[in-house]
Design a protein around this ligand. Structure first.
Ligand code: SF4
Length: 716
């Protein structure tokens, strides 16, 4: 067994960052009489603020639910039992070898997470391609920002969540925020929007719900879920008609305007009102606000992105800014409010199906040669691009026979959860590395207990592209390994000669060499520089490079340096309401929980604030169904059915039902969602599907988590 890393010397607390979202708020973690707690620190992103999730983050350090020993299942249907690390790792390697000898290297897939540090995401990609030799690795960022990333690549030649620092928000005269609710998902960021409005700026929010963010806005465009492209084209139509465009910018810094103009011409506001439900006069007003502003910004989030036309939606919003000449200069531009803690870095260094470290493309011979040289392997041995997340899931039991999951809870986070649960049964080997017995871990053949955020060093890249330090405050519990230790041990057992460093700083230095010369170049970033400079923005090519807070100031990252317009037609969601399923279901997050709730549902303070999922419905819909507040409703789609309490509110459109997705089991929103995928980014359509609603007249018990008794019944 390998030793756990030593804890750092004790002092006045450890300066680190919140384990949850991509704002990566700075916090100080300290211990008093054995009790860990955090205080906010004055870091440039959060300026001393934390949200409820951040304040309670230390609660998990001493959680009695931590896994501290590997678990194995001897036969399908039998309970998990405790095992030694040697036994568990031998079981994993023998399972991998059996599958690969019978079905080829690609039959074992790897699934990572946007919560992994850069070092771990990098090593996971290397492990898949060098130690396993599989093409099939992807990660749960495919469920989050993939559409924005694809659109950024197509329009600007490069994707970085925000191509500018957060402080630029304050100087934007008008901001359009489609499908984002940062007042609940990352509350400290609201400081920037509040400062923007305090200095005379205006905020426009496009969302089917009147969220706390929409409530704070100057204008709310309450569109029907799935109609973003039509709304964006309608705004562009007015901007062109009213001659609010910037012809010089279009001429000198863009290409393909004419194609976008031809399409936008047909999206007159009356037509867009019929598609989106947003009054034509409101569309006109939004267009004038954006078009008459000296500086304007559009920031998309999951509402606009998690659709089967998510990339088109983002491209249509980008068209507006390009027409206005509001990109590539200070206080302007398009950005994506990245969700997961390392959603940005996680998509830069090789755990995406088509990618090598440094945001290089796996199909590029020069990129393959560079990375292969760093890894000490023949470039011809590197696999070609593999299947993306949902495409891996669809091939369980066929092309895919084994799956290794790191930092992800796919049974709660993936769409059409029942179909996925069935697919898992077709695997010969499911391995899950996790801190807790998540819903997915409970189905595994082998569970490997891993260190959590406060027990490891590493770097994260926040939503601005700022690379920051996560610092170890304590050693992992006895029996718990880091992901890096696991990857190294598995690589050795598989006979792989390449290096898998267990020291985070050494792994980061190797990542820097692998990324050198690539679009996301980290070669000039060191732990010392991150400490001294409050983080470093990529690209940063060498020690004297000061980093790049603002991309695109002089040129875009396309071959000719010009941003590209795209002609985007509105196509609608994959599944439209009809007689059998007459309403639209949309899903999303709450203030008190994070992603699949695997961590936040284990924090009593957060669970007691929101113990259960619910269905938010409009009073008109509640009346027609015959339910009152807190009475139960049954939601049914073509994939499944769930029963949960109604929360009646005028804040949602009468034709739409909202369910938060932080719960698993019988309350999982993803039992209802559709696995239709965006053809360009392969992001699933979490934000719109057809649903039927009826009164249920039953009481649903909170499923919250797999309870402790449920967990112990899984483990003998
Ligand atoms: S969850 Fe996000 S917004 Fe809240 S404290 Fe953590 S990093 Fe900050």
């Amino acid at each position: 067994m390998q030793p756990n890393p030593s804890p750092p010397p004790s002092g006045d607390g450890v300066q680190t960052h919140c384990p949850y979202c991509a704002l990566q708020c700075g916090m100080t973690l300290s211990q008093d009489n054995g009790v860990w707690s955090v205080v906010a620190r004055d870091f440039p992103t959060n300026k001393g603020g934390l949200c409820r999730k951040g304040w309670t983050a230390a609660s998990l350090i001493a959680s009695p639910e931590r896994l501290t020993t590997p678990l194995v299942r001897d036969w399908p249907g039998q309970k998990l039992r405790e095992a030694s690390w040697d036994e568990a790792l031998d079981r994993v390697t023998s399972g991998i070898k059996t599958i690969q000898s019978g079905h080829g290297p690609n039959a074992v897939a790897v699934f990572g997470g946007g919560g992994l540090t850069n070092e771990k995401a990098y090593l996971l990609g290397k492990f898949a391609r060098v130690a396993l030799g599989t093409a099939n690795i992807d990660y749960n960022g495919r469920f989050c920002m993939a559409a924005a990333a694809a659109a950024g690549q197509l329009a600007f030649g490069l994707d970085r969540g925000l191509p500018f620092p957060l402080e630029d928000i304050v100087g934007a005269e008008v901001i359009l925020l489609p499908g984002g609710n940062p007042a609940e998902t990352m509350p400290p960021i609201m400081q920037y929007f509040e400062a923007q409005r305090a200095s005379g700026g205006k905020l426009i929010v496009a969302d089917p719900r009147k969220t706390p963010t929409a409530r704070a806005a100057d204008l709310h465009l309450q569109l029907s879920p799935g109609t973003d492209a039509a709304l964006a084209n309608g705004i562009l139509h007015v901007i062109i008609r009213e001659k609010l465009i910037d012809p010089d910018f279009i001429e000198n810094r863009t290409q393909n305007f004419e194609a976008a103009r031809r399409v936008a011409k047909t999206y007159w506001p009356d037509r867009v009102e019929r598609i989106t439900g947003v009054p034509a006069a409101t569309i006109e007003r939004a267009a004038h606000m954006l078009g008459e502003a000296a500086t304007a910004m559009i920031l998309t989030a999951r509402g606009a992105e998690q659709q089967s036309h998510g990339t088109d939606n983002v491209l249509a919003y980008i068209n507006i800014l390009l027409a206005l000449g509001q990109a590539g200069k200070k206080h302007c531009g398009y950005g994506c409010l990245t969700g997961q803690g390392n959603g940005q870095g996680g998509r830069e260094h090789g755990q995406k199906a088509d990618q090598l470290p440094g945001y290089r493309k796996l199909v590029d011979p020069a990129a393959r040669a560079h990375v292969a040289n760093v890894w000490g392997v023949d470039p011809h041995t590197l696999p070609q691009p593999g299947l993306s997340a949902c495409d891996i899931f669809r091939n369980f039991g066929g092309q895919i026979r084994g799956l290794l999951v790191f930092a992800s809870n796919i049974l709660v986070s993936a769409p059409d959860a029942d179909a996925l649960a069935g697919g898992l049964g077709g695997l010969d080997l499911l391995v899950v590395a996790d801190m807790f017995l998540s819903e997915t871990a409970a189905r595994a053949d082998v569970v490997l207990p891993i260190a959590q955020w406060a027990e490891e060093d590493g770097t994260m890249t926040n939503l601005e592209g700022r690379v920051i330090r996560r610092r170890q405050a304590l050693a992992p519990p006895a029996g718990v390994w880091t992901d890096q230790q696991i990857l190294r041990a598995l690589a050795e057992r598989l006979g792989c000669k390449a290096t898998f460093d267990t020291d985070a700083q050494a792994a980061f230095a190797e990542l820097g060499r692998a990324s050198s010369g690539g679009p996301a170049d980290y070669a000039g970033i060191t732990y010392d520089r991150i400490d001294a400079e409050d983080g470093v923005f990529w690209p940063c090519a060498h020690a004297k490079d000061t980093g790049t807070p603002r991309l695109f100031l002089n040129r875009f990252a396309t071959e000719d340096g010009r941003a590209k317009f795209h002609a985007i037609e509105y196509r609608g969601s994959a599944e439209q309401p009809d007689g059998a399923y007459p309403y639209t279901l949309t899903t999303g997050r709450l203030l008190t929980h994070y992603q699949t709730g695997s961590q936040t549902r284990r924090i009593p303070e957060l669970l007691s604030a929101e113990p259960d999922a619910f269905a938010q419905i409009h009073p008109d819909l509640a009346r027609s169904v015959g339910v009152a507040e807190a009475q139960t409703v049954r939601l049914s789609t073509r994939r499944g059915s769930i029963v949960l309490p109604a929360r009646i509110s005028k804040d949602i459109r009468p034709d739409t039902v909202f369910v938060p997705f932080h719960w698993g089991g019988k309350l999982s929103a993803n039992l209802l969602t559709i696995s239709a995928l965006d053809p360009r980014s392969r992001i699933p359509e979490f934000k719109a599907c057809a649903v039927h609603i009826s009164a249920a007249h039953t009481v649903t018990q909170a499923t919250g988590l797999p309870s402790r008794s449920a967990i112990s019944s899984e483990v003998s």
